[in-house]
Design a protein around this ligand. Structure first.
Ligand SMILES: Nc1ncnc2c1ncn2[C@@H]1O[C@H](COP(=O)(O)OP(=O)(O)OP(=O)(O)O)[C@@H](O)[C@H]1O
Length: 189
């Protein structure tokens, strides 16, 4: 489904990989080895050399919004530009959607600045999963979460994989990498 070949970011060369539907590539490695730059390059947010394709179709042949609709990037610190979480969705998430990540319905209408970092992180993940993307590029998606919320998010990600989605997961949590991954990539200095 997602194929990455000869990718070079400003941090260096990324090993080639192919990701099939239902598969999760866990990317680990010391700080500063280019994990985030790799995700940003795949999302076509930063210039990079190399070939990236989806279902055999090269990234360059997609209009940028179409590529980023299919290949959804969630930054380690997600940006918000509307006053409330709910305003970031084209269709507001249902109570069940919110419960899947442990968010109370009233969090949708609270000012962004009144959300905890964990609530913002879970809200940003729900937003990234809106409209059924094909691939999720996740940069430390549970870094602000307690164990219970992390378990909810991991269950949601497993359901996404079961439905045929694919994930590139950057994480410093080796146990999480082992729980979710179908393959591993370790970046070195
Ligand atoms: N836009 C940029 N231009 C040039 N260098 C950058 C840019 N963004 C990050 N870097 C540098 O590239 C290197 C890799 O950064 P990156 O954020 O990808 O690391 P990382 O592996 O994700 O680290 P961490 O685990 O701390 O999040 C770092 O040395 C960083 O300072």
């Amino acid at each position: 489904m997602l194929s990455v070949s000869q990718l070079v970011t400003t941090a260096g060369q990324v090993p080639d990989f192919d990701l099939k539907p239902g598969c999760c590539l866990a990317v680990t490695g010391p700080s500063g080895t280019g994990k985030s730059l790799m995700l940003r390059a795949i999302a076509d947010l930063d210039p990079a050399q190399g070939q990236i394709s989806l279902d055999g179709r090269p990234c360059e042949s997609f209009a940028a919004p179409d590529w980023r609709r299919d290949i959804r990037y969630l930054a380690a610190e997600a940006a918000f530009w509307e006053p409330t979480l709910g305003a970031h969705f084209s269709v507001p998430p249902t109570a069940d959607d919110l419960a899947a990540v442990g968010l109370r319905p009233d969090r949708l209408d609270a000012p962004i600045l009144q959300l905890s970092s964990g609530e913002r992180q879970r809200g940003a993940l729900l937003r990234a999963m809106e409209d059924a993307p094909r691939v999720l590029l996740l940069d430390e998606p549970t870094s602000s979460l307690d164990a219970a919320s992390t378990a909810l998010v991991e269950a949601l990600l497993k359901a996404f994989l079961s439905s045929g989605g694919a994930i590139v997961l950057v994480t410093h949590d080796e146990d999480q990498a082992e729980r979710l991954r179908t393959s591993r990539l370790r970046l070195h200095r």
